[in-house]
Design a protein around this ligand. Structure first.
Ligand SMILES: *Cc1c(COP(=O)(O)O)cnc(C)c1O
Ligand SMILES: [Zn+2]
Length: 396
């Protein structure tokens, strides 16, 4: 028995050449050999009947926005309760080292409260649900840690086999969790780029579905729900500035897509936040390209960083990330490991929350941007703490 979920999904569209693809079969990236850009899910927002008032009666998970998510039959939704994470004010830390926060209103969205303790749960809940709907039996992913854990968990819940390629130096918690979820783990001597090469080759050999960041269209749909939630939680408004720890950039691109969709729905106006990409000094290709006014990034890998999720030497969607930064009048900041660790300890000590190193990098970036007055004293700022520090205890 199929139960319609009310999804307004119409088709997939290549973000570069505009070619359209059916959303009723598996697709990864644009098939045009000279293009190979990412595919973006399109919806018929003009057919929407959901109201903001009705939304308030729905469960507090990301599936409350199901009309704007890709799953057609509600029986295919694979959920562990992801999304609708809290927005918490940073109100005690402002008093240290002079008055860092000033009159700014600074919040963090605590994505560590998602299943498997990171925002990767959103993307993989959407991707595995859609994979289930399309009859996928086996998946493969290259991961710095959190995506592998989330893929393994949702695959276990869906009864799908997952194959995971993870760098050897990843902290143990990430390896143990995927084994417990019954996935097949391959440890790779190298970075996520090396894992990606393996995953790609094995996917082709065995016919596994490759759910690499942005080479699969629906992880983006899951991550965009952060944008829907931010608007809803700010009373259908947006903050002045959003800081985002950028690896592959899915969350940054997803939030931008969500705000555009919300404007099409007439739920928000034209105002957009200034988007800030925060990177680790070990992999800061986006930062360098943005600061130098380039349209794309170059491969940059200076080795391991305490912020595993930021070790992405060349994001597949670099051009789109750079576009969002420019269009939003945003900025970029690159942060070293010792500053990341100091920031993590300050947040823990003053705010009672153990952030992931990726999230902690944002606190350092915030200090730099507020001290330089790039963030004005009157502005509202949101930091996305994308994951939990508990999985990184080996690194701390
Ligand atoms: C994956 C990850 C990131 C980077 O996310 P992208 O969507 O790849 O930019 C940031 N923080 C944490 C904790 C992560 O796991
Ligand atoms: Zn194309």
């Amino acid at each position: 028995m199929s139960t319609s979920n009310g999804s307004l999904l119409t088709h997939l569209k290549c973000v570069a050449c505009g070619k359209q693809y059916s959303a009723e079969e598996w697709h990864t990236i644009c098939q045009d050999e000279n293009c190979k850009a990412i595919l973006s899910a399109q919806y018929d927002f003009s057919a929407n009947t959901l109201t903001k008032e009705e939304l308030l009666r729905r469960p507090a998970t990301m599936w409350r926005y199901r009309e704007f998510l890709p799953v057609r039959n509600s029986e295919n939704i694979v959920t562990l309760g992801e999304g609708f994470t809290p927005m918490i004010p940073l109100n005690r830390i402002g008093t240290i080292a002079g008055n860092i926060i000033g009159y700014r209103r600074v919040f963090y969205k605590d994505e560590s409260l998602n299943p498997t303790c990171s925002f990767k749960a959103r993307g993989l809940s959407a991707a595995i649900s859609k994979a289930k709907e399309l009859g996928v039996r086996e998946t493969v992913i290259p991961t710095a840690g959190n995506a592998g854990g989330a893929l393994a968990a949702y695959s276990a819940k869906a009864g799908i086999k997952a194959h995971i390629y993870m760098p050897e130096q990843t902290p143990n918690a990430f390896k143990t969790e995927v084994r417990l979820f019954g996935a097949e783990l391959q440890e790779v001597n190298g970075s996520i780029s090396d894992c990606g090469k393996w995953a790609n080759a094995e996917a082709a050999k065995h016919g596994w579905f490759d759910v690499s960041t942005l080479k699969e269209p629906y992880r983006l749909e899951g991550k965009k729900t952060m944008g829907y939630e931010i608007a809803e939680q700010f009373g259908w408004n947006v903050p002045d500035v959003i800081l985002y720890p950028t690896g592959g950039g899915t969350g940054l691109i997803g939030i931008w897509k969500a705000l555009d969709e919300l404007e099409q729905l007439g739920w928000i106006g034209k105002k957009r936040p200034r988007m800030v990409a925060v990177q680790s000094e070990s992999c800061n290709g986006i930062h360098l390209a943005f600061q130098n006014g380039q349209a794309s990034s170059t491969f940059k890998d200076n080795g391991s960083t305490v912020a595993n999720g930021l070790r992405v030497p060349k994001p597949y969607a670099d051009k789109i990330i750079l576009n969002v930064l420019r269009e939003s009048h945003g900025n970029s900041v690159s942060v070293g490991d010792s500053e990341i660790l100091t920031a993590l300890r300050e947040i823990a000590l003053w705010e009672g929350s153990l952030w992931s190193p990726e999230g902690a990098a944002l606190w350092h970036a915030f200090k730099i941007l507020s001290q330089s007055e790039w963030i004005a004293d009157s502005e509202t700022v949101l930091l996305l703490n994308t994951g939990s520090g508990y999985k990184y205890l080996d690194n701390l």
